[in-house]
Ligand binder design. Sequence first.
Ligand SMILES: [Zn+2]
Ligand SMILES: [Zn+2]
Length: 253
Amino acid sequence: MLVDYHVHAMGHGTSRHTPEEIALYLATAAGRGIAQVGFADHDWYLADYDLTAIKAAAGRFPGVQVRLGVEVDFLLNAGERLQALVSRYPFDFVIGSVHQLGEWGFDCVEDVERYQEWDPDVLYREYFRHVAAAAQSGLFSFIGHLDLIKIFNVRSRQPVAELAAEALAAIRQAGLPCEINTNGLNKPVKEIYPQRSLLERCFALGIPVTLGSDAHFAAEVGRDLALARELAWSVGYRKIATFFQRRCIMENL
Ligand SMILES: [Zn+2]
Ligand SMILES: [Zn+2]
C-alpha cells in the first residue's frame, strides 16, 4: 500500500486550505494510487488550518483516506510551546522534524555558507542530538526526514549510522517510526532521506517506517513514493506505519 504522510497543502504559503485547492492535492493522490494522504502543514501555519475545507474536499475522493497532521519544527527547550501546538487540533499524527540548530535553519539555501563553520562529524552529532531529544519529547508520531542534515550534500567522514546511534536508540525506545521521505531527490544531495545504510540500521533495530513526499504543491503528492517503497522492500520491510487518531496502525507495504 502506498501512503503519503507528508503533504503541505499550504506549501510555503503558496496555497490555502480551501476545498478547491485541497481537491487538487487529492486528485494527484488518486491518480497515483495513493491510498492515504496525511496533510501536515508546517506548524507556523496552524492558525490558517481549515478542517471543514479538508473534510469537504475529502468527501469528493472516497478512494483516498485523508488524515490530519502537522509538521512540527522541533527545538530544544521549547516543550511547553510545542505541546500547545500539537494539542491544537484533533490530529491523527504529528511529524517531529529538526530543521534548525539553535538559530540556524540549516536547510535554508540562504544560510548555506554556515556549513563552513562546522566539522562535518561534529555537525552530524549535533543534528542527531536534536533528533534524539525530539524522539524523547513524547510529542511526535514519527520522525521526519531522518538525515535532513545531508541536504546540501555535506557528508560526515564517520559512518552516519554510527553518528546517529544514540538518536536511533531514542527513536526505538520511544517506539517511533521514521519516514522515508523522497524530497531529498530534489535537493542538492539527490538522495532519499534516510540513506540506505541508515535505513538498514533502522530495520535491524526494528524501527518501523512510513512514507512521505514532502509535497509543497498539488502536483508533487506521491512523488517518487514507488521508489521509496522499493527501497524499503529491498531493505527487508514488509509493513508500513499509518496513523489514525494518534495511533500507529501497521499495514502491508
Ligand atoms: Zn521538514
Ligand atoms: Zn515538510
